[in-house]
Design a protein around this ligand. Sequence first.
Ligand code: ADP
Length: 478
Amino acid sequence: MSEQVYIDGAWRKPASGETIPVVCPSDGKVFAHIARGGAKDIDAAVQAARRAFEGPWGKTTALERGRLMMKVGEKITQHAEELAQIEARDTGKPLKQARADMVAAARYFEFYGAAADKVHGDVVPFLAGYTVLVKHEPRGVTGHIIPWNYPAQMFGRTLAPTLACGNTAVLKPAEEACLAALRITELAHEVGFPAGVINVVPGYGEEAGAALANHPGIDFIAFTGSPGVGVLIQKASAEHLRPCVLELGGKSPQIVFEDANLEAVLPVVTNAIVQNAGQTCSAGSRVLVQRSIYDRFIGMLVERFAKLRVGSHDMDLECGPLISAGQRDRVQGFVRAAKAEGIPILAEAKLAPGLPAGGYYAPPMLFGPVPSTNQLAREEVFGPVLSAIPFDDEADAIRIANGTPYGLAAGIWSIDGSRALRVANAMRCGQVFVNGYGAGGGIELPFGGIKKSGHGREKGLEALREFSVIKTIVINHG
Ligand code: ADP
């Protein structure tokens, strides 16, 4: 199936007849192929989705939709180990991370499956003799373009809420990694979704992705990826006067005050940049440390980084390879520039001995102090590179934390609850954690950015608002 597109409830060859090689980042070797979908396939998928929306799917009850979705959740759980093995090989992430991803992928279908029949509206008080209903209706056919960093989770995150709302969908997964998403598509087929409700067309971004973003037949588009492509998606949406939700990454700060429990901070701050080799939108890529504890906490971080090990997905260490040679070059470009500017390297993790030569490995690195104006402190690296930045007081911390073009997530570490809340309120971003950091992790938690991090909210019940539209019915009954 992996070399085909899934349209109208059936797998078929893409119109191009061509495939795209799939490389394992751990060894750089091709181990599978996916379909090279393009404009023709996208067009067929959008038409199938429209037919399903106007046909059988439009007639299902919310309860029926929810039950089907819950079954997908069950299937993912039953196949979790198989899916995790696929995901780890496809993305290079350590197996334990891929296993955790499958728990989250299943949760998306469970959470939104259970929510499907709880999307209800209001009755608004109005003039005498009137009853006013405010209904949440599906948008119609929704388009979805997802990235390669969490293919299975992203599949659940974007599809489950739209299906719960009663939409039908066309999804373009990332060409670099999408095998687990394709396998989940098969599982969704098995549970009996009507044909055309879910359509999945793999392909290159400039081909299948652009065709989907520009297709006149979709009513909404949800995109997660780079800011550059986000701009293209928003332009295409503007052409068609349709809304979109964009999640475009960040430069999320971890703010460590002098009263924080540093033992508790250490593993979380480390994991926030090492998880998925830093290829996470909400990676905690800046650690802002109060000057009075800067040396002490940086010393702890240095020790911790020295113990981190980087290996292939099946070695299952703390950190895997980056997704591709291109991504590794990009990360190394940031590292080279920082070195050239004389920013000190405080720590560099070790690559495990005997790694396959062709893998795209990059060791987690800690730089500091990084001037808050430097690109390493302002731009998204999308790799395991942490920038340490000292700050003097609360106002200084807030200024530095908010001083990037992004605004996705933040972590605040302090045992002073009032201060933590003041700083949380001052953060210009979409999600703040106090004394913890699990950004992106909780299915229940509305998630999304401001500024260059994008707009709109996914996850939580909030996503149900994005994927539905309000209709007001005003009845004059005298
Ligand atoms: P990254 O740089 O992290 O790969 P991208 O934004 O390039 O992020 O990719 C995220 C998703 O957007 C992928 O599915 C990719 O194929 C898709 N994409 C890339 N370019 C375009 C484009 N011009 N139009 C639509 N989708 C695109």
